[in-house]
Ligand binder design. Structure first.
Ligand SMILES: Nc1ncnc2c1ncn2[C@@H]1O[C@H](COP(=O)(O)OP(=O)(O)OP(=O)(O)O)[C@@H](O)[C@H]1O
Ligand SMILES: O=P(O)(O)OC[C@@]1(O)O[C@H](CO)[C@@H](O)[C@@H]1O
Length: 300
């Protein structure tokens, strides 16, 4: 079974404007409200690609209900812990001359709710895949992914982590199967700005030295780099196309990688499927579908 965990799901309010001026009244020319959060996006894309997963995590209030409703409309399974107070966040994605994102901090998750998630995760079994993705509300300590991984250690579960800074660095000693920072996040972790592929590879290797098995570095329109646990290196340019909505491109890449790996048991094939799926999402208003991914895969 595949499980995704989203500590901080969101409704993504995606708006388009011809131009955006801070401090003025701006009017949209397009708007859409999509249930999201990184793990949830991974679950939706997995479903689009033909794999069932169960989306876990925390939801609250009317926004939480809408996130759950949208997931169900995609045919995704979910088993969220329902928080008694607050609302799941609304993240604003402004697309004008450039892209601006305002991500909320999310509701408070209390210990009882955390314990409910821990006991759901205790039921995972050998060969299950667990995706821990996205930020955590700022009321939680940043060793929370680490706590989950230490509980699951030695159970033979493949764990994928898509997170940044300490949330990611703290889990490396538990040898996650796959991590997927983007090139900017990789630099931030080491307080450097990475400009060349050689620099990106140098710092990606440092994450492997700290314990990560396979390290996938996404680079938006510049494609991606994969360092595998057995020392292989792959680089792919991104397929060509028109960027429409990059929200969730990284999550789509994770879903594509998992799909490719499950279908072929081959890391290079998984990598190509990941790149194609990330780009298919970037080239469409919604998250990637299987036909869109297959079409781009031919071009890689
Ligand atoms: N402009 C683009 N053109 C082509 N492909 C793209 C573009 N943006 C993203 N992609 C594809 O999606 C993959 C992941 O994108 P990116 O590096 O932006 O992830 P991310 O920063 O984790 O994104 P997010 O947090 O929005 O999900 C890239 O490696 C590439 O394959
Ligand atoms: O604040 P986080 O958890 O880092 O990111 C949340 C988020 O930006 O990630 C997804 C895209 O990857 C969106 O659906 C969502 O709004």
């Amino acid at each position: 079974m595949i499980y995704t965990v989203t500590f901080n799901p969101s409704l993504d309010y995606i708006i388009r404007l011809d131009s955006f001026t801070a401090g003025e009244i701006n009017r949209t020319k397009y708007e859409q409200i999509l249930g999201g959060g990184k793990g949830i996006n991974v679950s939706i894309v997995l479903k689009n690609l033909g794999f069932n997963s169960t989306a876990l995590g925390f939801i609250a209030g009317f926004t939480g209900k809408e996130i759950e409703r949208q997931l169900q409309s995609f045919g995704c399974n979910s088993n969220f812990v329902k928080l008694d107070e607050g609302n799941s966040r609304i993240n604003v994605k402004i697309k004008a001359e450039n892209e601006t994102e305002i991500n909320g901090q999310g509701p408070v998750i209390n210990q009882a709710a955390l314990n409910q998630l821990f006991s759901q995760l205790d039921a995972l079994q050998k060969d299950d895949i667990l995706v821990l993705a996205g930020s955590i509300p700022n009321t939680l300590p940043d060793d929370i992914y680490e706590k989950i991984m230490s509980r699951l250690m030695d159970k033979g579960i493949h764990i994928v982590v898509d997170a940044t800074c300490n949330l990611l660095l703290n889990v490396l000693k538990y040898k996650p199967f796959l991590i997927k920072p983007n090139n900017h996040e990789l630099g931030e972790m080491f307080n450097v700005v990475l400009k060349t592929d050689a620099e990106i590879v140098e710092y990606a290797k440092k994450l492997q030295e700290k314990g990560a098995q396979n390290v996938l570095i996404s680079m938006a329109g510049d494609g991606a780099i994969l360092l595998t646990a057995d020392g292989q290196f792959f680089k792919s340019a991104a397929p060509k196309g028109i960027l429409i909505n990059s929200v969730g491109a990284g999550d789509s890449m994770v879903a594509g990688f998992i799909t490719g790996y499950l279908e072929s048991n081959d890391l290079k094939q998984a990598f190509h499927m990941g790149v194609a799926t990330g780009s298919a999402s970037a080239f469409s208003e919604n998250l990637a579908t299987r036909p869109e991914v297959e079409a781009l895969l031919q071009t890689i």
